[in-house]
Design a protein around this ligand. Structure first.
Ligand SMILES: *Cc1c(COP(=O)(O)O)cnc(C)c1O
Length: 468
């Protein structure tokens, strides 16, 4: 493998040495950083190699076996493999693996749901069988119907995602949005309040899923609420798909049997290539399959192939072991932090992430994030529920275990990571004039970097890959 990569980099360097240098530099950086970003991971060499192929060069708009271009047999093969693996892995009735990212998967889902629930009746009412048969007046009726739809999603400061109907994303312009949050005492999802909001607001789509909520969600309860108000339940499992795939989340915590439509990224805890996919119940399949050209450009054959490889990996026993280790490591990290006096949102975790409230150290999330980075620990700042410092400075730090677990870190290493984090937070002094500035003694930064390097050296990334 080393020889293959060295040869590949020589080929690239002959055209643009700057890119070859950046590729080498990125490997060195990834190897040397204690990566606790909850949304990142390390894909396998098999997944990475699949992306660098001529499957990238083929146009294949349409669906498997029904393409608008000739000669798509190999793209059909990889898309079918990816969809079949996704269906088998998640027990889904239908899988659409073309979305280029998580945002795209959500857009496909929203338009699929709108098409299914709004457009079809509107078409029928207009006496039309196909969208092309609609008159301008009919379109006007349809547009009005679309603009009148409502979505209910988790609030951003409780851990929801921008694509769940918030203004900076197109979903916030497609839907009238309202959000649900967590209980101020426990920090846990408040299902009773959610139900009351749903009954009053009557959304077309109830969106579950999160980027920064450290607990499991009861999807049976979510479905009950959706059914009660006639909403479609859409679950965005972008962050925790790996835990679903690895059977850490089962029963009511597995969204797939309960959601009408489930979306995900493929590159977070699922450890595949950057991309997205949509799973749905059979009745939504035709609407979801219209993702391209409704909101997507031509599918990326090389990435769908890499999804097939990653999903095949995720069906192996080793992946279930990995997913269980991700969750066990998160508990070790949370316990290590709590034992050393850190306040965690909800007091702990039962997924892959932990949310620290750093205000008890007098720090903003921005200050803590920068100080930790100076000490060689890569995290990201994140709002906490009812955050007094807003979404930019924040009062929280989000840490996750998927990436370092891929490197072979266990509970002991994560307890050591907790110790390093607490050491840095304790020694960081906030500026009295700026929410961004702080002072971290160089001694602490240096000592922590050395300790982090020791952990990383003991658990090398891509062992056996030597580019020198
Ligand atoms: C990361 C994330 C997304 C967006 O994924 P991209 O691939 O970056 O577009 C969508 N929803 C949730 C809940 C996420 O965490």
């Amino acid at each position: 493998m080393s020889a293959a990569y060295r040869n590949a980099l020589d080929v690239i360097a002959a055209v643009e040495p700057g890119v070859a240098g950046a590729i080498r530099g990125e490997l060195a950086d990834q190897r040397a950083s204690l990566k606790l970003i909850a949304s990142e991971n390390y894909a396998s060499p098999a997944v990475l190699l699949t992306m660098g192929t001529w499957l990238s060069d083929k146009y294949a708009e349409g669906t498997i076996g029904h393409r608008f271009y000739a000669g798509c047999q190999n793209i059909d093969t990889v898309e079918r493999l990816a969809a079949d693996h996704a269906k088998a892995l998640f027990g889904a009735e239908h899988a659409y693996v073309q979305p280029h990212s998580g945002i795209d998967a959500n857009l496909v889902a929203f338009w699929g749901i709108l098409a299914h629930r709004v457009e079809s009746p509107a078409l029928a009412a207009a006496g039309a069988r196909h969208v092309n048969d609609l008159s301008e007046d009919d379109w006007e009726t349809l547009r009005k119907a679309l603009g009148d739809q409502r979505a209910l999603g988790m609030s951003l400061d409780a851990g929801g995602h921008l694509t769940h109907g918030f203004r900076p994303n197109i979903s916030g312009k497609m839907f009238h949005q309202r959000s649900y949050g967590t209980d101020p005492e426990t920090g846990l999802l408040d299902y009773d309040a959610l139900r009351a909001t749903a009954r009053e607001f009557r959304p077309l789509v109830l969106i579950a899923g999160y980027s920064a909520y450290p607990r499991r969600v009861d999807f049976a309860r979510m479905r009950e609420i959706a059914d009660e108000v006639g909403a479609v339940l859409m679950v965005d499992m972008a962050h925790f798909a790996g835990l679903v795939a690895g059977k850490v989340f089962t029963g009511v915590h597995d969204p797939v049997p309960y959601a009408h439509v489930t979306t995900t990224t493929t590159h977070k805890s699922l450890r595949g290539p950057r991309g997205g996919l949509v799973l749905c119940q059979r009745e939504y399949a035709d609407s979801i399959d219209r993702g391209c050209p409704m909101v997507l450009g031509g599918p990326l054959g090389n990435v769908m192939a890499a999804k097939a490889v990653a999903l095949a990996e995720a069906r192996q026993v080793a992946f279930a072991d990995y997913a269980h280790a991700v969750a066990a490591n998160a508990v070790a990290l949370a316990e290590g932090l709590v034992r050393r006096g850190v306040r965690l949102v909800t007091g702990g975790t039962d997924n892959h992430l932990v949310l620290l409230d750093v205000s008890t150290y007098g720090l903003t999330g921005r200050q803590a994030e920068s100080a930790l980075l100076d000490a060689g620990i890569v995290t990201n700042r994140n709002a906490i529920p009812r955050d007094p410092n807003g979404a930019w400075y924040t009062s929280g730090i989000r840490v996750g275990t998927p990436a370092l677990t891929s490197r072979g870190f266990g509970p002991q290493e994560f307890d050591r990571v907790a110790e390093l984090i607490v050491g840095v937070l304790t020694d960081t002094t906030p500026s009295s004039t700026s929410k961004a500035k702080y002072d971290l003694p160089p001694g602490t930064a240096g000592k922590t970097r050395a300790a982090a390097a020791e952990l990383l050296t003991a658990h090398p990334l891509y062992p056996g890959l030597d580019l020198a």
